[in-house]
Design a binder for this molecule. Structure first.
Ligand SMILES: [Zn+2]
Length: 294
C-alpha cells in the first residue's frame, strides 16, 4: 500500500516537473519570437529614417543649382556614401551662404531698408519692428531713455562696441531705436514751437517715419554734435565700422543725395558685405540701393 502511494507521489512529481519544463519551453519560444520581431521593426525604422534624411537633403540641395550638379555626380557613385557627401556639400554651401549674407536681416533686404523724406515708414512700422527689439546692455550705452535696437543688429553692435572698449576707446550708444509714435510727438512739439509751420519744423526734427532711428537699424554714438568727428571714437569707427557692418550714413559731400547734413555720430547697420562695397565705391545708401537693389 505504502509502495503504491510512493509510486503515485513520484508520478505526480514527474508530471509537475514535465509541466514546468513545457511551460518554460513555451515562454522561451515566445520571448525569442518577440525579440526577433522588435529587432526587425527597429531596423525598418532606421532604414526609413535614413531615407527621409537623404530626401530632405536633396530638397535643400535642389534650391541651389551648383549643388545639384555636384550632388548628382555623387549619387551616381556609391549609394552608401551619398548621404554623407551630400551633407558635406550642403554644409559648405550653407557656410559660404552665411558668409555672403552675414546676418538674418539680409533675408528680406531689411539691412538695406532705405528710409528718408521720399521713403517714409508707415505708422504701422512700430508694430512690425517691436517684436524684434532687444535691450542694449547698460555697459554699451550712456543713456537710460532709448535703450532698444533690432535683434538682428545687436550681435554686431555689441561686438563692435566691446572691441572698441577693449582697445581703450570709450565708444557708447547714445541713441538707438526711436518709435514712430515718439518721433511724431517730437515733430508735433516742434511744429507748435514754430507757429504751425510743418516745413520749417521738418528742417530741425525729422517727420515721423522719415527718421532712420524708427527702423532700429542705426545708432547715434556718444554725442550727437559736430565735435564727435574729432574724438577717438570717430577715428575708431571710421577704421573698423565696416568690419561689423556699420557705415557712416550721412557722409560729407552727399547731402544733396541723402537730404541730411553730415552727421559723424550717426552710424547705420547694413551688413558687412554691403558696408565694404559702399566704402570701396564711396557711395551712400541711396546710391547703393539705386545701383544694386532696383
Ligand atoms: Zn541719428
Amino acid at each position: 500500500m505504502s509502495n503504491k502511494r510512493e509510486m503515485a507521489i513520484k508520478r505526480r512529481r514527474r508530471f509537475i516537473i514535465l509541466v514546468c519544463l513545457v511551460f518554460l519551453l513555451i515562454v522561451g519560444i515566445i520571448v525569442s519570437i518577440v525579440s526577433c520581431a522588435s529587432k526587425k521593426v527597429s531596423k525598418k525604422k532606421t532604414e526609413k529614417k535614413s531615407t527621409t534624411t537623404s530626401s530632405e537633403e536633396t530638397v535643400s540641395v535642389s534650391s541651389n543649382e551648383d549643388i545639384i550638379s555636384s550632388s548628382s555626380e555623387i549619387i551616381s557613385s556609391n549609394e552608401s556614401v551619398v548621404a554623407s557627401k551630400v551633407e558635406s556639400v550642403v554644409a559648405s554651401k550653407v557656410k559660404s551662404k552665411v558668409e555672403v549674407t552675414g546676418n538674418q536681416l539680409d533675408k528680406n533686404y531689411q539691412n538695406i531698408l532705405l528710409v528718408n523724406e521720399k521713403n517714409p515708414l508707415p505708422e504701422s512700422y512700430d508694430n512690425e519692428v517691436s517684436p524684434y527689439l532687444v535691450k542694449i546692455d547698460a555697459d554699451l550705452r550712456n543713456n537710460n531713455n532709448n535703450t532698444m535696437i533690432h535683434s538682428g543688429v545687436y550681435p554686431y553692435l555689441s561686438a563692435m562696441v566691446r572691441a572698441a572698449q577693449r582697445e581703450g576707446v570709450n565708444l557708447k550708444v547714445l541713441s538707438p531705436y526711436r518709435s514712430y509714435a515718439y518721433q511724431k510727438r517730437l515733430f508735433e512739439n516742434q511744429v507748435r514751437s514754430v507757429g504751425g509751420d510743418e516745413a520749417k519744423a521738418a528742417t530741425v526734427v525729422a517727420r515721423p517715419g522719415t527718421s532712420e532711428h524708427n527702423t532700429g537699424l542705426c545708432v547715434d554714438f556718444n554725442i550727437a554734435e559736430d565735435e564727435f568727428e574729432s574724438t577717438p571714437m570717430f577715428t575708431w569707427l571710421s577704421k573698423h565700422g565696416e568690419e561689423y557692418g556699420f557705415i557712416l550714413r550721412y557722409p560729407k559731400g552727399k547731402q544733396d543725395i541723402t537730404g541730411i547734413v553730415y552727421e559723424s555720430w550717426h552710424w547705420r547697420f547694413v551688413g558687412i558685405k554691403v558696408a565694404e562695397k559702399m566704402n570701396d565705391e564711396g557711395i551712400c545708401l541711396e546710391e547703393y540701393v539705386n545701383k544694386y537693389a532696383k
